[in-house]
Ligand binder design. Structure first.
Ligand SMILES: *Cc1c(COP(=O)(O)O)cnc(C)c1O
Length: 377
């Protein structure tokens, strides 16, 4: 029996809500279930304002438009992240300035940011890798001092906290993902969170193809017209209905995923204490949300050996990002840069299977095989 790296979890309620969405006879964007999801996030997580999108990539692109990125503006981004974090801003002409990770944590190193700020810098984009918070007080401090926007790429960060504030509620804007690899899913899907009311009106316009359609349907204007740039960032209400079924099960899904994460963490304590492998570092200000569990190997060779070893037992483990500052697209247009900690995570980080339906027996097997692998060396 194969143990896959990921298996999307269906709660069983998805078709019920999709059927209802269909019966309501309106399945385009901003319908009944879209509103239900917005309400859920406001009431249960405490977001001030939010808009569902078709992906986290879309939400990041909306953020780049909202903060008015123009050609030549600089945006500081961690190099250890997914391409969309950078692409959303490159699409608007921004120059990307990559920042390094911490030595013991893939997140953007807040202590290196000040030296990257120039008079062209417009924003800092942070990524809460594995759902573990970045050092937000420090980052917001630097941003406020220099008049910069902060965008949280919270794609992996649902139900996780920084000093008891929900991730996604701290920067000016934040982007979530409901891609099937995340904790709460709708196949493809995402959300823009708007924490600064300055962006409320324009966000809705950009969301609705640059028109004031939403205001028109609320009866606030007497005709709807083209008023700004925009695109079709709204998901279908069928997608929102699927997402709503998942949201109703958030607590159940999260408690299982966090339990699996804790069990891995305990299962590798001895290896970590013996210095044989490194485990995720969770700063005092952060929580875990069971999004992903990783180990840090000694070298890329050791990681490849471990991947092959586990594969022989039918266990599928995968590495994660390649340093964006070394990608063909970036290197073609920019000077080379050395970001040693980011490169280290690109080479040595290995993600283990973690999904709702991973059973304890399989997880025990993974833990015991990995212990064998390191103890035999
Ligand atoms: C998954 C992910 C994205 C992209 O999300 P989509 O919904 O697929 O667009 C962006 N950033 C990070 C950090 C991610 O993990």
């Amino acid at each position: 029996m194969m143990i896959p790296f990921n298996k999307p979890y269906m709660t069983g309620d998805e078709l019920y809500y999709i059927k209802d969405a269909v019966a309501r006879g309106k399945i385009s964007g901003n319908g009944y279930y879209t509103q239900k999801c917005h309400e859920y996030f406001k009431q249960n997580i405490g977001f001030r304002n939010c808009l569902l999108t078709s992906s986290c990539t879309d939400a990041l692109e909306m953020a780049a438009i909202l903060i008015d990125i123009k050609p030549g503006d600089e945006v500081i981004i961690p190099s250890y992240t997914f391409v969309s974090t950078a692409n959303a801003f490159v699409l608007r002409g921004a120059k990307i300035v990559f920042a390094d990770s911490y030595h013991n944590n893939p997140n953007i190193n807040a202590d290196t940011l000040e030296e990257l700020v120039t008079d062209k810098t417009k924003a800092i984009v942070v990524v809460h890798y594995a759902g573990v918070a970045c050092d937000m007080d420090k980052i917001m401090g630097i941003a406020n001092k220099n008049g910069l926007f902060v965008i949280e790429d919270a794609a992996q960060a649902i139900d996780s906290y920084y000093k008891s504030k929900p991730l996604g509620a701290i920067g000016h804007l934040a982007a979530f993902s409901f891609h099937e690899t995340k904790n709460i899913i709708s196949g493809e899907g995402g959300m823009l969170v708007i924490n600064d009311e300055f962006f409320d009106q324009r966000a809705e316009i950009i969301w609705e193809k640059g028109t004031n359609r939403s205001a028109f349907f609320r009866g606030e204007v007497d005709k709807y017209s083209w008023v700004d740039i925009g695109s079709s960032f709204l998901p279908s209400d069928v997608t929102a209905a699927f997402l709503y079924a998942q949201l109703e099960n958030l607590e159940k899904i999260q408690s299982r995923r966090k339990h699996l994460w804790d069990f891995y963490y305990k299962g590798f304590q001895e290896l970590a204490l013996g210095g044989l492998v490194k485990l995720p570092h969770i700063p005092d200000y952060a929580t875990t949300n069971g999004h992903l569990f990783y180990l840090i190997c000694d070298s890329i060779e050791q990681r490849s050996e471990l991947i092959s070893f586990l594969k022989e037992y039918g266990i599928h483990c995968v590495f994660h990002y390649l340093s964006l500052h070394k990608s063909p697209f970036y290197e073609e247009n920019n000077q080379t840069k050395r970001l040693i900690y980011c490169d280290n995570f690109a080479d040595c980080l290995l993600r283990l299977p973690l999904y709702y339906e991973l059973d304890m027996e399989d997880q025990r097997k993974i833990i015991s095989l990995i212990n064998d692998f390191f103890n035999k060396r």
